[in-house]
Design a protein around this ligand. Sequence first.
Ligand SMILES: [Zn+2]
Ligand SMILES: [Zn+2]
Length: 364
Amino acid sequence: MGADRFALSTTSTYGCEVTTTAVSDRPLVRQRERMAGMSLARHAARSDLSGGRGPKTRRWSGLKPGIPFVLLHVACVAVVLVGVSPVAIGVAAFTYVTRAFGITAFYHRCFSHRAFKVPRPVQLVGAVLGAAAAQRGPLWWVAHHREHHRYTDRPGDPHSPRNDGLLGAHLLWLFDAKNQPTRLHNVTDLAKFREMRLLDRYHHLVPVTTAVATFGLGALLGDLWPSLHTSAWQMLVWGFVVSTVLLYHSTFAVNSLAHRFGQRRFATRDDSRNNWLVSLLTLGEGWHNNHHRFPACARQGLSRTELDPTWLGIRVLAALGLAHDLRPVPSWAVQAARQGPATANAELQAPPAIRTDSPALGPS
Ligand SMILES: [Zn+2]
Ligand SMILES: [Zn+2]
């Protein structure tokens, strides 16, 4: 893949309105691509992630990730066996919110759209947090999400209620054999990092470790403080199983409900909607029509009533020096949001699209 092709892909897939790769950056981009290309080839060969053309790819390969998915849902029934305690609910809330932030801030806004930059160690921590949500590795997740933005609600979109129905866009797409390989050509900027390739390859170890940690925490608390009325099994069920399943469906609701139900502020070419309920469950990702209009902007809720906890979290990271170059939403869009739904489709009177600096190709 040449540098020009790469620049085009960067622009059209996750650019914030108009993004360009500066001409002076191209030798650097080519060098990075060459290095990434060699590593990618190895990664693809080892993981059968070559785009579905490898000999190991089978039609039924989509059923494999379905097994733990189904088992986790069945395991939720165990809440009646293990009981409940305030501390177990508290841990479940903690694992839900922290892993949701890993998905929304890192997998989505930082990795998929380069909406802000982070130092390399922070990138790794964010990727591990996201991987703990058991939604596969960062390369697979980002590659499919970029495909979603490239073909939103058109043929080629991995998950669209218009193409696949509500249930298909919500979860059935996950088990389609054609969606199993990582589309590596979409993630050359991320795959050049060895730790990201390793994490993608061994992504299942992170949720397994999380499950073991909740089990161990429950055993410890039950032993040391019996008055907490918790146990290893109770903590595993609430802190990992229930929390993971809830996080599955809130994340998936962005792909299904937020493309079918809600308000459309901007006349995008897709079916994306602003859905307050989905936003509430996903730390602000339900302002999905805003997001499809400004995909590479770090903020998705555009007014005070459009709560966007992920944006607040990113600002906290920035205040601590752990994130920088947060891409802003154009002021005219924030203004339009303040004036309410009467100004819907305000982009028709909007000034020309903003230009941003060349997109980051990795952490600073
Ligand atoms: Zn969407
Ligand atoms: Zn997105």
